[in-house]
Design a protein around this ligand. Structure first.
Ligand SMILES: C=C(O[C@@H]1C=C(C(=O)O)C=C[C@H]1O)C(=O)O
Length: 168
């Protein structure tokens, strides 16, 4: 079957690695919220990120609805990891963590640094979605580059907006 050009494969890999990096932050968020008792859902924080996304997406030529849906799914994947971990810790009767990361000072800035990189990667994905073989390559590499924690469910959620857009 046809494969995308090397350059497009590299761009897909970059996107998948960024998704994985973002998912890797979720356990830190979960730890800090476990200690503070802050809710997993932070709608005003999501809205703030989406405002930034709308601006940056326009500048990068990324379709606004695509960018919004993509980030919504990254939030959902992160919250899924957080909920699973809190559930696990509750079952274990875990007490608070000795040295949790600070959400505002340490954890959210990591996510904020990933946001513009993800938008650049989205601009590539928007173009590559039409390339023959891109969907197949995406599927294959997602399994290799993104963590399969919690039966790979957060991974599936995170890549759904790409899957929907990519040609098989
Ligand atoms: C990551 C957090 O938890 C949730 C997920 C978010 C995200 O993935 O960016 C944002 C807000 C919260 O709904 C957070 O509170 O920062």
């Amino acid at each position: 079957p046809p494969e995308p050009p090397d350059e497009d494969k590299a761009a897909i890999d970059r996107m998948l690695v960024l998704i994985d990096e973002r998912l890797d932050v979720a356990p830190l968020v979960a730890q800090s919220k476990w200690n503070s008792g802050a809710p997993i859902e932070a709608p005003e924080r999501e809205a703030q990120i989406l405002d930034q996304v709308a601006e940056d997406a326009e500048a990068a030529g990324v379709d606004d609805a695509f960018a919004r849906r993509f980030f919504d799914k990254q939030f959902e994947a992160s919250k899924q990891v957080q909920r699973r971990l809190h559930h696990q810790w509750l079952q274990e009767g875990r007490s608070t963590f000795a040295d949790p990361p600070d959400l505002a000072e340490e954890v959210r800035p990591v996510l904020d640094r990933l946001t513009p990189q993800l938008i650049e990667a989205l601009a590539d994905m928007q173009r590559i979605a039409e390339v023959e073989g891109a969907g197949r390559y995406l599927e294959q590499r997602a399994a290799e580059l993104i963590q399969d924690d919690f039966d790979g469910e957060p991974r599936d959620v995170a890549i759904a907006p790409l899957r929907e857009r990519f040609a098989p």
